[in-house]
Design a protein around this ligand. Structure first.
Ligand SMILES: Nc1nc2c(ncn2[C@@H]2O[C@H](COP(=O)(O)OP(=O)(O)O)[C@@H](O)[C@H]2O)c(=O)[nH]1
Ligand SMILES: [Mg+2]
Length: 253
């Protein structure tokens, strides 16, 4: 039986996710209730299939956005509605089967034990993970750790996380970026700056080949350009906050 919660929900942003979406959402529903999926202008029929699943399962809610706005925008829509419904924390996960639904209870328990923290998945890659993606994230992680003075971000990009909703929503309302693939790293860095401490938990991540149902919307040039611009503006924010960060860093070490 899934664990029910009135404070913590599972939030799944989804855009043309491919054939694994229903199994992914079912796997989340087997662990937790409620699960909300934000269908972000998908044109592959997954929105209709998910709405049919919601008709059979009261733990599932499907929010449909008419046009594609990006992962960060979809998360912001989800947490805004979740906060209005009384939720305080959201576990985000991908809709394409790459993230370990069986770890939802452990991540939620870690969040419930320390409500002021963010619980970050630390990816454990299988041998067949694409080297370009595995190595690419080392660059983003290096920048994120510098920008936070090594306050403990285990991984800047992995989207399997529990966020405290109020500070995340506040940060997103003040920043016009963080709406697409720049969401995950910018969210952890800015939450760190606001004093939200990271808790890292190992979590396997899977990469499926296209013939296995793997779908990725990450475009190497477009999205690495977006991430480079993101780290440029975060680096400026880091320089402006340096005295505060040094003071805070000394207080915790
Ligand atoms: N809401 C929303 N989600 C997206 C968008 N692009 C990707 N996603 C979701 O974000 C997650 C990660 O995207 P994906 O394309 O799998 O990237 P990758 O896993 O890094 O290769 C998946 O759950 C996608 O459905 C988007 O434009 N809008
Ligand atoms: Mg993916």
């Amino acid at each position: 039986m899934p664990i029910n919660s009135t404070t913590h929900l599972v939030l799944i942003p989804s855009y043309n996710p491919g054939p694994k979406v229903l199994a992914t959402v079912r796997a989340a529903l087997a662990q937790w209730s409620p699960v909300w999926v934000v269908v972000d202008g998908s044109s592959d029929g997954s929105g209709e299939a998910l709405q049919a699943l919601a008709g059979e399962n009261s733990g599932l809610k499907v929010i449909v956005l008419p046009e594609n706005r990006g992962k960060g925008s979809a998360v912001l829509e989800g947490i805004t509605q979740a906060e209005a419904a009384g939720f305080t924390h959201a576990l985000t996960m991908d809709s394409d089967g790459q993230h370990p639904a069986d770890l939802i209870p452990a991540f939620m328990a870690a969040s419930q034990a320390q409500l002021a923290t963010m619980v970050l998945g630390k990816p454990v890659f299988a041998a067949d993970a694409p080297a370009l993606r595995v190595n690419g994230r080392k660059v983003s992680n290096g920048w994120a750790n510098l920008e936070t003075l090594w306050m403990g971000i285990g991984d800047s990009l992995y989207g399997f996380r529990v966020y405290p909703i109020a500070p995340l929503k506040n940060i997103m309302q003040r920043n016009r970026w963080m709406r697409r693939f720049d969401f995950d790293p910018e969210a952890v860095v800015r939450l760190c700056w606001e004093g939200v401490r990271p808790v890292n938990i190992d979590a396997p991540v899977r990469y499926f080949r296209p013939e296995e149902g793997g779908v990725s919307h990450f475009r190497y040039l477009r999205d690495n350009t977006l991430l480079t611009w993101m780290h440029s503006r975060l680096f400026i924010g880091f320089l402006l906050r340096l005295p505060l960060l040094v003071w805070r860093r000394r207080a915790v070490s």
